[in-house]
Design a protein around this ligand. Structure first.
Ligand SMILES: Nc1nc2c(ncn2[C@@H]2O[C@H](COP(=O)(O)OP(=O)(O)OP(=O)(O)O)[C@@H](O)[C@H]2O)c(=O)[nH]1
Length: 364
């Protein structure tokens, strides 16, 4: 169906609003991984994607864009407070492009939030704006929870709880990194915090089951009977009044910075530096992501290494099939809580000088 037809349909059909799914979850929980699985499992063009990253370089966008070329990257900043106006504009642009046939007639929009976002205000943004409220509806919040570090993050970061509390579906990722006892205790905690949410494990889902997470009707009554206990530190619904008060939650000393390196890196040596950095500062490094030029070739050319670290953990790096763009420089994006860019820069420069001679890393 073309966009013009959509515009000239009868009033009854016009009332059908496009479903919006918010894909949330703390930093590094596995949101982009789940999104990539969704996009791979369904027909191209079915889902339009908005990605909001708390970092200067949109690495998620680089990863998702080969499967969803029309992805829109929202400006760096947190979707739930600082860039709510931009969210609205991006949604309106997407809907216009669909209506004018510049984009395929996608059937849903997925908004991947930053790991620090509270989903409640997104609902307010959508519901409070008459133009948007007429065209889209926030249908579901899918929260990805990292089973490897959930208990720790729960104690430290209020955003984690807000995300759990707002979820219609909780997708438990990284159960392979938790013991059976830890996973069991976490399931019990999540059921207590948000008894209405459906709980699934991402490792158990095949492609169609991932798609079903975003397709099957959400049971809004689940968990309402018997009455759900309100989580004590739950703040997400605080935003959920349907009006647009100027609310900004504080992210404390959380900051993001990017380091760019102009040279090829030896992964083994680089991994030693990174491990040491996480050993000393892992408590204050919430997330490190990067695309590294390690000089590896294969297939059609050079294959960059995708690096992912969450707090003290470095995930096994992944070779991407090709560089997702013309910029072939290595980039490292850090999200830290109270750790200065200068500290990381100094450490990296010292390592580079020792390992490969005194050529400097540049910060972007
Ligand atoms: N072991 C394991 N690793 C996983 C699983 N799911 C995701 N990961 C890895 O976790 C790392 C972070 O995953 P992402 O999907 O980038 O997480 P994210 O939530 O999008 O991260 P941000 O956008 O930075 O908040 C990647 O290295 C993934 O491959 C899982 O179930 N098990």
């Amino acid at each position: 169906m073309t966009a013009r037809r959509t515009r000239t349909t009868k009033p009854a059909a016009r009332r059908q609003r496009l479903p919006v799914a918010v894909l949330t979850g703390f930093l590094g929980a596995g949101k982009t991984s789940l999104l990539r699985r969704l996009l791979a499992a369904e027909a191209a063009g079915r889902t339009a994607v908005l990605v909001n990253e708390f970092g200067e370089v949109g690495i998620d966008q680089l990863l998702v864009s080969p499967i969803a070329p029309d992805i829109v990257l929202l400006e760096s900043g947190c979707i739930c407070c600082r860039i709510r106006g931009e969210l609205k504009d991006a949604l309106v642009d997407l809907l216009d492009a669909r209506a004018e046939g510049r984009l395929p007639p996608f059937e849903r929009i997925v908004i991947e939030t930053t790991g620090l976002a509270e989903p409640g205000p997104i609902h307010s943004t959508l519901a409070a704006d008459p133009l948007l409220a007429n065209q889209v509806v926030l249908e579901r919040v899918v929260a990805v929870i990292d089973a490897g570090n959930a208990q720790e993050t729960h104690g430290r970061r209020p955003e984690w709880l807000a995300q759990v509390a707002a979820a219609d579906i909780i997708a438990l990722a990284k159960t392979d990194l938790a013991t059976a006892a830890q996973a069991g205790a976490l399931r019990a905690l999540l059921a207590q915090l948000n008894p209405g949410a459906a709980l699934v494990e991402t490792a158990e889902l095949d492609g169609p089951a991932v798609a079903a997470l975003f397709d099957r009707p959400v049971d809004r009554t689940a968990g309402l009977l018997p009455a759900a206990p309100a989580p004590k530190r739950h703040r997400a619904r605080d935003h959920d009044h349907g009006h647009d008060h100027a609310h900004e939650h504080e992210h404390g000393a959380v900051t993001s910075f990017t380091l760019v390196l102009d040279r090829k890196l030896d992964w083994t040596a680089f991994g030693v530096w990174l491990s040491a950095l996480l050993h000393w500062h892992g408590d204050r490094i919430l997330r490190v992501k990067g695309i590294l030029d390690t000089g590896t070739t294969g297939g059609e050319g050079e294959r960059p290494l995708l690096l992912n670290g969450v707090q003290h953990t470095i995930h096994p790096p992944e070779h991407l099939p090709a560089w997702p763009g013309s910029d072939r420089r290595s980039r490292l994006v850090f999200i830290t809580d109270g750790l200065e860019r200068a500290t990381v820069e100094r450490s990296l420069a010292a390592w580079l000088a020792a390992a490969t001679g005194p050529k400097r890393a540049r910060s972007a």
